[in-house]
Ligand binder design. Structure first.
Ligand code: SF4
Length: 337
């Protein structure tokens, strides 16, 4: 195993089986480092199962801030570890592989956002939590998929709103608020954009009694609402949910089968939460290569070497924290991705 990262090489660290010896070693090293292990719902099952907490990005960042541990090991993608560092600047935050990026967060840079703001002077900027610290620092209010509508509705009607980076979530918010002066950045997540309406309609027709759990970043979120609107599927079956809310809904639903439209790592937590329900992916190729870079080998490397440490400069962190704090004050932030 090597600890040298090649900038353009996204080959994950490999060669380690997640067996009992690995689990023992991970637990021992975590104790030695006074580290709490956090895993996002899209991580591979072995990483989800070894973690102290598994959840969505926002819930994990809050756990990070409230934890007594001096070190946070964030098994997720880079912007999530940055958010933990913004909320807990005094702690050491490690990500097992700093190359684990996010196509959605990468679809807008701080410079892009500054240029967009210059075209719309006086506009209020609302950014989804899947953004870098630099973009959060240029943002007035962050939002999650659970409170995006409430956040936009809280802004005076005569103020223009710039919504970034996700075009599907932006379309959902525009439809719900009926707001004409909402401008949406044309970003997308390559994984969620690949889950399309045609596939959803086909799966829904094959399983007429199944609930549909849909993440609002999905290309199919609009189609799901359309299908419900025209009576093709029962509107009561369509649930637009963050990943954290999917777990709560899995425990509450009376359905015996559920079609899930999000990254396939989510199925592991859903099946653990409600083993009697048949959970199936709308698109079983919807796997995020960045999330899957956090391998058993990468976690060992992280705990042995204290790699990779996440830094956010203090000025950026203070500005970003203000936009995250406003998000928490408005509506129910629920969970992020
Ligand atoms: S699934 Fe999409 S939004 Fe989530 S981390 Fe991967 S690229 Fe980013």
């Amino acid at each position: 195993m090597t600890s040298t990262i090649q900038a353009n090489d996204l080959t994950p660290f490999g060669g380690v089986e997640p067996d009992e010896a690995w689990a023992e070693e991970v637990r021992r090293l975590a104790r030695e480092r006074d580290a709490v292990l956090l895993a996002h719902n899209y991580q591979v099952p072995a990483i989800q199962d070894i973690a102290d907490h598994t959840g969505d990005s926002l819930a994990l960042s809050r756990i990070a801030a409230a934890s007594d541990a001096s070190t946070i090991v964030f098994c997720g993608v880079h912007f999530m570890a940055e958010t933990a560092k913004i909320l807990a600047p005094e702690k050491t935050v490690l990500i097992p592989d700093a190359r684990a990026g996010c196509s959605l967060a990468d679809s807008i840079t701080g410079a892009d956002l500054r240029a967009w703001k210059a075209e719309h002077p006086g506009a209020v900027v609302v950014s989804y939590v899947n953004t870098t610290a630099e973009v959060k620092a240029e943002t007035d209010i962050c939002c999650t998929s659970s409170n995006a509508v409430d956040v936009v509705a809280s802004i005076p009607a005569d103020r223009d709103v710039l919504f970034c980076p996700d075009q599907f979530l932006g379309a959902h918010v525009k439809r719900e608020t009926g707001r004409e002066n909402l401008y949406v950045w044309a970003g997308e997540c390559h994984v969620h954009a690949g889950i399309n309406g045609a596939e959803l309609a086909e799966r829904a027709a094959e399983s007429p009694d199944a609930d549909l759990f849909i993440h609002p970043e999905c290309g199919c979120a609009t189609s799901a609402l359309y299908l419900a609107g025209e009576g093709t599927v029962d509107p009561g079956r369509v649930k637009i949910l963050s990943t954290g809310d999917m777990v709560h809904s899995a425990r509450a639903t009376k359905a015996s089968s559920v079609l899930v439209a999000t990254e396939i790592g989510m199925l592991h937590q859903l099946r653990k939460a409600a083993p009697e329900i048949d959970f199936r992916a709308v698109n079983d190729r919807a796997s995020c290569r960045y999330m899957k870079m956090i391998t058993p080998a990468a976690l060992l490397r992280c705990l042995r070497g204290g790699l990779d440490e996440v830094h956010v400069d203090l000025e950026t962190a203070a500005k970003a924290k203000a936009s995250v704090r406003r998000m928490i004050e408005i509506g129910q932030p629920g969970g992020g991705e």
